[in-house]
Design a protein around this ligand. Structure first.
Ligand SMILES: [Zn+2]
Length: 407
């Protein structure tokens, strides 16, 4: 499948310049006939699915469970990425190297409109429990006329290590998992006044209003949120000029829908997604914003919004620090912390016995000092929670005790 419309087919050295210039015009898109023809050509599977449909809206949306069925082009540089399990259901996404690099180019698009030095230092909060040391060599790459030096901090990393890294690096940018940045701010063992990034770019989950305020205050800077998914790549980004969320509508067709957003990325051809339903509730803003960037703007109404859980010592644990996706066979999970602090993990797996044992061990490690129960069948947890993978009845009382112990 090849959609010439996407900038991915330009020389890689021109991606930034093309993504910058195309953001300054209202987006155009391939017509439905050529779009559907490209997907029919990819595989008989899509040919059958599209059938006689003439327009995009006539094709049934793909659900998460359909992703495993999509035929993938055989290439030797494919890489599997397991999603972190939005809504508790995990999928494997396969992209080749060029697609992975283009996803990063799209993710970094907002930085093309920020004032940044030629040499950019950044610290990115990612899944995991470790943290780079100040002397570690950074990951390096060039993009949009800037050279980026990047260090990573795990969402569940030791706050002492993270503070040491931030003080040593003095990053121009802090980016990554929103709850991990908030967790660090709340647990930081020293003052943050020396750390003055040009801006903070959280992502990966719904940015609650109180989190935004907390981050902006802690680092005394502008907070520019990003909205995307593992499956589709970067969907929208908060603009440094107008602060609305501009959608990458030239590279991903976005259809707001009352049953959840539907997305069709135009740059993915290894495992192409035609009308993939993400489930978040978004809408187009009715009026164009007064901004040099002409990409249309989205309002995000509901997206993933997990609760935090509290371990036996009173520490808050970000759900995005969990590594459950590494457990073989695990297909879906939902975690609930009851008012007494005990945890129940509901899960689905093709090999429930092994998965239950591994989940139990993993959960006890991630949230020490709690009674843990593992139950097969995500459906057994009946609380509605389209936008919650982790829920807690324990949060409120512990927030109070946490703020006492944090002084
Ligand atoms: Zn703007």
């Amino acid at each position: 499948m090849r959609l010439d419309h996407s900038i991915i087919h330009a020389a890689e050295t021109h991606w930034a310049e093309r993504l910058r210039s195309r953001a300054l015009e209202p987006p155009d898109r391939p017509d439905d006939a050529s779009l559907l023809a490209a997907f029919r050509e990819h595989a008989d599977w899509y040919r059958d699915r599209i059938g006689a449909a003439q327009s995009l809206a006539d094709v049934p949306p793909l659900a998460k469970a359909d992703i495993a069925q999509i035929p993938v082009l055989a290439k030797d540089d494919l890489k599997d990425v397991r999603t972190s399990g939005t809504s508790g259901f995990q999928v494997t996404v396969r992209n080749d190297k060029r697609e992975r690099e283009f996803r990063r180019a799209l993710l970094y698009r907002p930085q093309l409109f920020c004032e940044l030095p030629n040499q950019v230092t950044q610290v990115v909060f990612v899944d995991g429990a470790w943290c780079a040391r100040p002397g570690d060599p950074p990951k390096q790459f060039d993009y949009g006329g800037c050279h980026y030096d990047t260090w990573f901090a795990g969402a569940a990393g030791d706050p002492h290590d993270i503070l040491r890294l931030l003080n040593a690096v003095q990053p121009d940018l802090i980016r990554g998992i929103a709850s991990a940045i908030v967790r660090f701010i709340e647990q930081a063992p020293g003052p943050l006044h020396r750390i003055r990034p040009r801006y903070v770019g959280p992502g990966g989950e719904y940015l609650r209003h109180d989190w935004r305020t907390r981050i902006a205050t802690a680092f005394d800077t502008q907070v520019l949120d990003r909205y995307g998914s593992t499956e589709t790549g970067a969907l929208a980004w908060q603009c440094p000029h107008c602060e609305h969320y501009h959608a990458n509508a030239d590279e991903i067709l976005i259809e707001p829908d009352s049953n959840g957003l539907i997305a069709t990325p135009l740059f993915i051809s290894s495992q192409p997604l035609l009308r993939y339903r993400l489930g978040d509730l978004v809408e187009w803003e009715p009026e164009p914003t007064d901004c040099l960037i002409q990409l249309p703007t989205l309002r995000i109404r509901e997206a993933r919004r997990d609760d935090w859980v509290i371990d036996g010592a009173g520490n808050r644990i970000s759900p995005l620090g969990f590594q459950f996706e590494q457990i073989p066979g695990l297909a879906a999970w939902r975690l609930h912390q009851a008012g007494d602090g005990s945890l129940t993990m509901y899960f689905d797996s093709a090999t429930p016995g092994c998965t239950a044992a591994a989940l139990s061990t993993s959960l006890l490690e991630a949230v020490p000092g709690r009674v843990v129960r593992v139950v097969e069948g995500v459906w057994r947890f009946t609380r509605p929670g389209k936008f919650k993978r982790v829920s807690s009845d324990f949060t409120k009382q512990d927030r109070e005790s946490y703020s006492t112990s944090a002084r």
